[in-house]
Design a protein around this ligand. Structure first.
Ligand SMILES: Nc1nc2c(ncn2[C@@H]2O[C@H](COP(=O)(O)OP(=O)(O)OP(=O)(O)O)[C@@H](O)[C@H]2O)c(=O)[nH]1
Length: 473
């Protein structure tokens, strides 16, 4: 072959290679991708918080990882799931009684449905043969009126998108809500500072200090401790001004609130299942409200939340929770009225795990701590949930306005379920915030959150320093 022939062959080969490469690229571009989107994209799609991330304030942590429950047997729940939808009843087409066909085996439901008589088409096929008929001469057909345009089928109304609300920033909540506390609390602070600021106190004045602390619901044990420490500090340092008195009082009260306690809400998910939080307490303390407010905080933090409406005694309670959930785009698992609360709680955790959410918050029914049966039932709720996943936080909701009575409730609840945190609600409406000291002292469990109003964002983390500042005005 001549050199010229070689050049021609090489050129043809080069053109072929280029054509193959270009063809390959075009083919790839046109192909429909069946791979799932990048995990980050999925995360983004699922995140309904609008990318809002709290800058601090609330402190979330992961609960201790408990060994997974033993592999479940086919029937893991000892209770009937309440919300299992009834199998859809498919309407059977009317069946004309047929003469019994003896040779055939008994016909089961579905073949029967298939063998249902098929409606004849209205117009008989043109090929059918008929007796010759006298057909009248066709009348001249009037010009066909223009067919009216078929009215477009009304588009099904799209279900109204629930209005997702904007959530107040979670950082610095207690600071912003401090005014709520101080309005009702700082009468206590003023009176204490008035007494201590004068310097040397006589016995009557110390008694007055004691009375003030008792009226503020600090309880006898805490009051005695606080007064003893104040007397020691006063003797050691001396107090010449109200500012010094304030500093000393603040130090003693903050120390009494045990700033070392872990107040984080254990709402961070585990590797293979969501965090599970149980919200318990007496009727009307603010459980549902707190569950809703907490869901908002979590959503604002970019978490995906499922709410379990385990208050099955009152349909209104589940509705109330549903409203809270709709406002932040969370999902609610609820049962029929009167369903077993333990089963609803179990279902909520199952649903949350399956959907890969971060947190499942379970709102339980209010119960009188004096009703043994109801309290036993609460224990059952926790045990049943734990067949699915460990409960990370059991939050006892206490109404701060009821003072000492709240403590009695706390004791009974603590016997039935291991309380791991307290939410003190309605601190905006009471001068008895001292119950915080007692609850922690009695239960050895930290107050983690405080409710400071009926507003959707009136929930704040509890911070001893900020609380005492509010108390002292
Ligand atoms: N002022 C004030 N009111 C609150 C606070 N938290 C809850 N509430 C109100 O307390 C009332 C009872 O709250 P719920 O959340 O329904 O109480 P619950 O414990 O779920 O009640 P049951 O379902 O009956 O057990 C409602 O009117 C709430 O708005 C708070 O921090 N401050």
């Amino acid at each position: 072959m001549t050199a010229q022939a070689w050049i021609i062959v090489a050129a043809v080969l080069a053109v072929l290679v280029v054509a193959l490469v270009v063809g390959g690229v075009l083919y790839r571009r046109r192909r429909v991708s069946l791979t799932s989107p990048e995990p980050a994209e999925v995360e983004k799609a699922k995140d309904r918080s609008g990318g809002y991330t709290a800058g601090g304030g609330f402190n979330f942590s992961q609960g201790p990882t408990v060994a997974p429950p033993a592999p479940r047997k086919p029937t893991p729940v000892p209770v009937e799931p309440p919300v299992a939808p009834e199998p859809p009843v498919t309407a059977q087409p009317p069946v004309t009684p047929e003469p019994p066909v003896t040779a055939e085996p008994p016909v089961t439901e579905s073949p029967r449905a298939e063998s249902a008589p098929v409606a004849e088409p209205e117009s008989a096929p043109a090929t059918e043969s008929h007796e010759p008929e006298v057909v009248p001469a066709p009348e001249p057909e009037p010009a066909p009126a223009p067919e009216p345009e078929p009215a477009p089928a009304p588009e099904p109304e799209p279900a109204p998108e629930p209005q997702i609300e904007e959530i107040a920033p979670t950082a610095g909540r207690l600071d912003r809500l401090r005014g709520r506390l101080s309005r009702s609390q700082n009468a206590v602070g003023k009176s204490l500072l008035g007494l201590l600021g004068g310097g040397d106190l006589d016995e009557d004045s110390w008694e007055e200090v004691e009375d003030t602390l008792l009226v503020a619901d600090l309880g006898t044990a805490t009051t005695t401790k606080v007064v003893t420490r104040l007397r020691e500090e006063m003797a050691a340092r001396g107090v010449a001004s109200e500012a010094q008195a304030r500093a000393m009082l603040r130090e003693v009260l903050v120390a009494e609130l045990r700033p070392d306690l872990d107040r984080s809400v254990r709402a961070l998910p585990h590797d293979d299942h969501p965090a599970v939080l149980l919200v318990v307490g007496v009727n009307g303390t603010g459980k549902t409200t707190t569950t809703g407010k907490l869901a908002r905080v979590l959503v604002a933090d970019g978490r995906r939340v499922v709410l379990g409406a385990a208050d099955t005694f009152r349909a209104a309670a589940a509705d109330q929770l549903q409203t809270w959930a709709d406002r932040v785009g969370a999902e609610v698992v609820r049962g029929k009225e009167g369903a077993d609360p333990a089963a609803v709680a179990f279902d909520a955790v199952a649903k949350g795990t399956e959907a890969g959410v971060d947190v499942v918050l379970i709102d339980t029914a209010g119960r009188l701590h004096t009703k043994t049966g109801l309290m036993d039932e609460l224990g059952k709720v926790k045990r049943v949930v734990e067949k699915k996943a460990s409960v990370d936080d059991v939050l006892l909701v206490l109404d701060a306005t009821i003072g000492q009575n709240g403590l009695a409730q706390a004791r009974v609840f603590a016997e039935v379920v291991d309380i791991t945190g307290v939410v003190l609600t309605k601190l905006d409406g009471t001068a008895k915030g001292g119950i915080v000291f007692q609850v922690q002292h009695e239960l050895g469990v930290p107050v983690k959150l405080v409710g400071l109003g009926e507003g959707a964002d009136d929930l704040a983390p509890f911070e001893p320093g900020a609380f005492v500042d509010a108390l002292l005005g």
